[in-house]
Design a protein around this ligand. Structure first.
Ligand code: GRF
Length: 190
């Protein structure tokens, strides 16, 4: 992959995006399904092109995803990283980046997929949860796992304290995995 080949999809605060930028990941575009989120601002502040593709500005989900894919391609994106992106991607988007869309999830998949992974792990009383980086397919957090790291749940943990420990792991793991994928890709074309 060439320099600046990473596009990041975001919906919220963008702390994982910040970790990618801080670790020197060559991010060249940031896209969101929500206007005005902090993550877009973080991208712009780092000098990266950032744009929102809200559903209400497009005829359908497919059409929105196609427009977003087109915009990312125009920026030279070859690897797409979902970092807190809270919408399912349609086949029209995934088809544009085959095996090149990854996601970070705050649980040890296949346990606790979906939007409330941290709350559900805590409520289930498991002793260990964690972080998963995986390829994205059409399901909810169902694609092949690339890397996982456990995070033990401690006595007295709240959603907030557990989230803080999980995010600390995320911010180290995601840049590591992305650098690794970029290096593997470079090796395969050399
Ligand atoms: C992260 O915990 C990630 O695992 C989940 O959404 C959260 C995004 O946080 N998919 P941020 O926007 O990167 O701060």
């Amino acid at each position: 992959m060439s320099d600046g080949a990473v596009g990041v999809l975001v919906s919220g605060s963008g702390t994982n995006l910040q970790a990618l930028l801080a670790d020197g990941v060559p991010v060249c575009a940031v896209a969101s399904n929500v206007d005005g989120v902090r993550a877009l601002e973080r991208g712009r502040r780092a000098g990266v092109d950032a744009a929102a593709f809200p559903l209400d500005r497009h005829a359908s989900r497919e059409e929105r995803d196609l427009a977003m894919a087109e915009w990312l391609s125009e920026h030279g994106v070859q690897l797409v990283v979902c970092a807190g992106y809270m919408h399912l991607l349609t086949p029209s988007f995934l088809g544009r980046f085959p095996n090149r869309v990854i996601n970070i999830h705050p649980a040890l998949l296949p346990a606790f997929p979906g939007m409330h992974a941290i709350e559900e792990a805590l409520a289930a009383g498991v002793e260990v949860t964690g972080v998963t980086v995986h390829y994205v397919d059409e399901g909810i957090d169902t694609g092949p796992v690339i890397r996982q790291e456990p995070v033990p749940i401690e006595a007295g943990d709240t959603v907030e304290s557990l989230r803080a420990r999980i995010q600390k792991v995320e911010h180290r793991l995601l840049p590591e995995v992305v650098h690794r994928l970029l290096e593997d890709e470079l090796r395969s074309v050399m």
